[in-house]
Design a protein around this ligand. Structure first.
Ligand code: NDP
Length: 286
């Protein structure tokens, strides 16, 4: 059974702005208590003052594994328990794969993948002992497939999803649920001040120009409060899904990409099936 609204304790990373802040506000509006994690907690000061006793803001850089474990321990000590954990902190480093420095590529993975892994590892002993809990992994439209100039971001979110599918299966026996949330476009700082980019190689200028045209024509950005509303529906469910798409654009794209994948697999079925044939292992009696 899910814990009733108004009585839940949330742990939300990257809560200073954007989607994380919208999730924090929605949880507070529902009467819940929140541990809001941010590298800089100053943007949360007003909220803390306005929700005395129900909002604990703690500084946390999710790439620091020891700090993650310490923050989780502090959160549990403060509110006595955790019910909903939102791995939301994320960065977007745009660029063609050839342009990435090693440090840039690793930084993308450190926050979007390892940060969520450390938080998942740190909360699991607590949720497992309680026999309940719901971990939300904020993934992306970028994990539906790879897109030019989004390769490292997609890689980080694919890694997050692979890890989270396994976690969902490992955690199920302990009553802990995992949902991979796949948002489309929302008005946040991810594409403005939160964005970093590689040093551009001239050879990719035509592709970059084409992409910019496509984004200008095709991007649909929504109010983060709509994502928060969907998340509130999700956490109220006794049987939450492994994956939840947020937005019509990402919904249509998911079906389109899945169909194209199935068509390609079907077109190559003969070759695929021929690559498997039971033969005795070396040393087995014939
Ligand atoms: P924002 O840039 O507005 O917010 C990102 C948040 O993550 C900030 O609070 C930021 O804190 C925090 N953060 C970044 N790095 C770290 C770190 N190392 N440790 C702790 N916190 C960190 O972006 P969004 O709100 O859009 O992004 C939230 C999540 O949603 C991300 O995982 C993103 O990939 C995902 N997403 C967003 C989409 C969108 O359209 N906006 C679409 C698909 C997915 P700080 O202020 O310290 O930088």
């Amino acid at each position: 059974m899910t814990t009733a609204s108004g009585n839940r304790v949330w742990f939300i990373t990257g809560a200073s702005k954007g989607l994380g802040r919208a999730f924090t506000l929605a949880a507070l509006e529902a009467g819940d208590r929140v541990v809001a994690l941010a590298r800089d907690t100053a943007p949360l000061d007003e909220l803390v003052a306005a929700h005395e006793g129900r909002l604990l803001a703690l500084p946390l850089d999710v790439t620091d594994r020891d700090a993650v474990f310490a923050a989780v321990a502090r959160a549990v000590e403060h509110f006595g328990r955790l019910d909903i954990v939102v791995n939301n902190a994320g960065i977007l480093h745009l660029g063609m794969l050839e342009e990435f420095t090693e440090a840039q590529a690793r930084a993308q993975m450190e926050t979007n993948f390892f940060g969520a892994l450390w938080v998942s590892q740190a909360v699991m002993p607590h949720l497992r002992a309680r026999g309940s809990g719901h971990i939300l992994q904020i993934s992306s439209i970028g994990a539906l497939g790879g897109f030019p100039s989004n390769g490292m971001y997609s890689a980080s979110k694919f890694a997050l999803e692979g890890m989270s599918e396994a976690l969902a299966m490992e955690a199920a026996a302990f009553g802990v649920k995992v949902t991979i949330v796949q948002p489309g476009g929302y008005w946040t700082d991810l594409y403005t001040t939160g964005l970093t980019a590689t040093e551009p190689l001239e050879a990719y200028d035509p592709l970059r120009a084409e992409l910019q045209k496509q984004w200008a024509e095709g991007s649909v950005d929504s109010d983060p409060r709509l994502a928060a509303e969907a998340v509130m529906h999700l956490v109220a469910s006794d049987d939450p899904p492994l994956r939840l798409l947020l937005g019509s654009m990402v919904y249509d794209l998911a079906f389109d990409i899945s169909r194209r994948r199935m068509d390609t697999w079907a077109a190559w079925e003969e070759v695929s099936r021929a690559a498997e044939h039971a033969i005795p292992a070396p040393g087995d009696p014939a």
